[in-house]
Design a protein around this ligand. Structure first.
Ligand SMILES: Nc1ncnc2c1ncn2[C@@H]1O[C@H](COP(=O)(O)OP(=O)(O)OP(=O)(O)O)[C@@H](O)[C@H]1O
Ligand SMILES: Cc1cn([C@H]2C[C@H](O)[C@@H](COP(=O)(O)OP(=O)(O)O)O2)c(=O)[nH]c1=O
Length: 226
């Protein structure tokens, strides 16, 4: 069996974590696990952790580390036979340390996108709250304006996607993410991509993953024939 591949994608709100993870999942056959989507599924199913997480998400606060790790790590254990990309987790150093104890990551992708681009994207971001599906009026508009393509339900905009709220969110992201980024830099698995345009970033991400996944698979094959 070829070696399994584990990746994490990090970046500030609007940097394209969700969008790029989906492309990676489709192009490389990885499972995409989004912490935000997973929390929303737990909220919808009224699980104990979901009920607890909801109280924080409603206040636009981070869910406490012990709740997040208790929820996410068992989900990752269920995916031991799959290669995956994690989006939205880890967000804090405590989460990154808990993840390191549970598994070894191959690649961490960090998206470094200019503030003006983030402002523009989030200004036009519309969300289907029940599923977490994300649209953008310029980049990937819904078929009918203001309506989710799949459920036909109305789309909403987040208060804190407003340009005025973004600077504070970004500062908060940088403070919390810095030690996580430093940890992955020290492990030599961090790859940072900077541009305004996803279509210019994508070929670089794609060739990185091509190299990593192919190299890992051929060394796993060598190990199994030795
Ligand atoms: N790893 C995490 N640690 C703590 N809380 C989390 C984590 N992941 C998600 N959450 C909670 O779930 C909420 C929704 O997460 P999600 O990633 O979908 O959206 P978001 O925070 O608005 O991020 P973005 O704007 O980058 O898409 C977050 O605001 C936060 O309260
Ligand atoms: C990746 C990307 C996203 N977008 C839009 C889609 C969304 O409305 C918004 C944010 O993308 P999203 O993938 O939701 O980012 P994140 O998960 O990091 O918060 O920006 C663009 O307009 N251009 C792009 O190149």
């Amino acid at each position: 069996m070829s070696k399994l591949f584990r990746a994490v994608i990090m970046g500030p709100p609007g940097s394209g974590k969700g969008t790029i993870s989906e492309r990676i999942a489709q192009s490389f056959g990885l499972q995409h696990l989004s912490s935000g989507d997973f929390l929303r599924e737990n909220i919808a199913a009224n699980t104990e952790a979901g009920v607890l997480a909801k109280t924080y998400i409603e206040k636009r606060l981070l869910v406490p580390d012990h709740v997040m790790t208790r929820l996410l790590l068992p989900r990752l254990e269920e995916m031991t036979r799959h290669s995956w990309i994690l989006d939205g987790f880890p967000r804090t150093l405590a989460q990154a340390e808990a993840l390191s104890r549970a598994c070894e990551l191959d690649v961490v992708i960090s998206l470094n996108i200019p503030l003006e681009t983030l402002k523009e994207r989030l200004r036009h971001r519309w969300i289907h709250p029940a599923s977490g599906r994300v649209y953008n009026l310029c980049f990937n508009p819904p078929r009918v304006q203001g309506v989710d393509d799949i459920s036909g339900e109305p789309l909403i905009q987040h208060e804190d996607d407003r340009p005025e709220a973004l600077v504070a969110r970004l500062r908060h992201y940088k403070d919390v993410a810095k030690p996580v980024i430093d940890l992955y830099k020290a492990k030599n698995i961090l790859h940072t991509f900077s541009d305004t345009d996803t279509d210019r970033i994508w070929p670089h991400i794609s060739s990185l993953l091509n190299t990593k996944i192919r190299t890992d698979q051929s060394s796993a094959q060598r190990a199994s024939t030795n």
